[in-house]
Write a protein that binds this ligand. Sequence first.
Ligand code: S3P
Length: 177
Amino acid sequence: MLVEKNIALIGFMAAGKTHVGRRLGERTGMPFVDIDLLIVELEQRSVEDIFREKGEPYFRGLESRLLGELCRGQSQIIGCGGGTILADENRRVLRQHCDTVWLRVSEAQVLRRLEDPGAPRRPLLEGLDASRVVHELLTAREPYYAQADHVVETDGRTVESVAEEIVVRLGLAAVDR
Ligand code: S3P
């Protein structure tokens, strides 16, 4: 099947958007692009440093610009940042150009995954009480994530099984890689 629309993976920090997106790219042969990684490449510094040195509005501006640019293309898997869905314009672009998949993760699972020493640092949690902030952000954002075309649960599941569910749910052609 020829997929023309993009597939956008949305969801909270540590939902697995980057890992699942990469695996989905391998399974389907579709190119995978990750907005956070593109920003890091463009700015030659970490997301944490961008937040600290240039501020969140600067980061959000880049995020929106890259989403808009990516959405001029088609048949790609786009890994969004956890906050990409916050701007009205981003949600409009996502609705128009992408099949959106919400990788849903529980608060408890987010906190567990963030404790992983290999997890990237999340500037929105830096120096704060992670459980309080995760609770507040997740509660505020869930109504936006819930506007997705598809919802896939990730708690207690492997990257492989989540990617496979997306292949099946969206009727994607899997190239075995
Ligand atoms: C953010 C999530 C991060 C990154 C930035 C802001 C957010 O991406 O875009 O730190 O607002 O939730 P991940 O969802 O990949 O952690």
